[in-house]
Design a protein around this ligand. Sequence first.
Ligand code: NAD
Length: 299
Amino acid sequence: MSKSAHTKTTANHRPTPAPPRAVTPVRNAKGALKIGVIGCAGRMGQMLIRAASANERCLVVGGVERTGASMIGRDVGALAGIEPLGVPVGDNAGDLFDAADAVLEFTSPTATLHHAELAAKRRKVHIIGTTGLDASQITTLQRHAKQTAIVMAPNMSLGVNLLLRLVTQVARSLDTDWDIEIVEMHHRAKVDAPSGTALALGKAAAEGRGVSLERVSARGRDGMTGARRRGDIGFAALRGGDVVGEHTVVFAADGERVEITHKATSREIFARGAIRAALWAQDKPPGFYSMADVLGLSA
Ligand code: NAD
């Protein structure tokens, strides 16, 4: 389709690019997994485009953004800072699910829920990295996962998923003489706190102790909080600069302290994890999977 064919005039006479519907990738990779990215202009979205296009087993067939976003119509590759891929940014997620075998999404909770419904209807793999979903939103995703394979993880890196296992083991070995605190730091633009990863680490520690996190979680301490409750799992969130993501789980007893830390220095680790999850999920039956399943770390 020519560039002019994408142009329409709005009521205030400002020409805006019409969202392209057809998807015609330049690269022809027979047998490759067809990948779509929702939120392709975001920090993670751009990284996903770069990682998928660098992977020989994947073919980027499309990327979508919010309706009205200024980058609609631009080439997804050029937008991500790599060579043009011959695929314009669209705003029709339904079309993207039709064109792709697997769709990767790191956006917002509301957008993710809507898109999971599209994935379920079309029985397409949906890889979800979005964080900040509440319990009822996760239940809705699990319902959609009865129709298709969904992989969801608040952190797609190998290191953090190993850390989750480690934290459960350590928490299982130590009694409540050891206070557990989880400290995380992220870049200044992050909108949810504590991070999804911090909450997952809290859940892993609670599992090790055989308690439910909801019962022992201590969040947002401020003012006269009183002394720490024995058995609590505490959270602290720091925000600043361009920090990609740092998590420390502290086990503190009288006279000694164990700290386990993971530091992410590049978003590439999350993107690589998401692509690994898509390749893994392509032949899996419907289900709600985690990165532990993908990495073979499930008990
Ligand atoms: P970002 O704000 O840079 O990007 C989000 C993008 O999604 C934006 O471009 C936005 O326009 C787009 N978007 C929002 N709603 C949309 C919709 N309805 N349709 C299409 N596009 C839509 O944010 P980010 O830093 O890339 O993070 C995104 C999410 O991923 C956050 O929840 C973050 O916590 C999470 N995250 C997860 C991992 C992981 O490993 N699971 C790693 C990093 C970030």
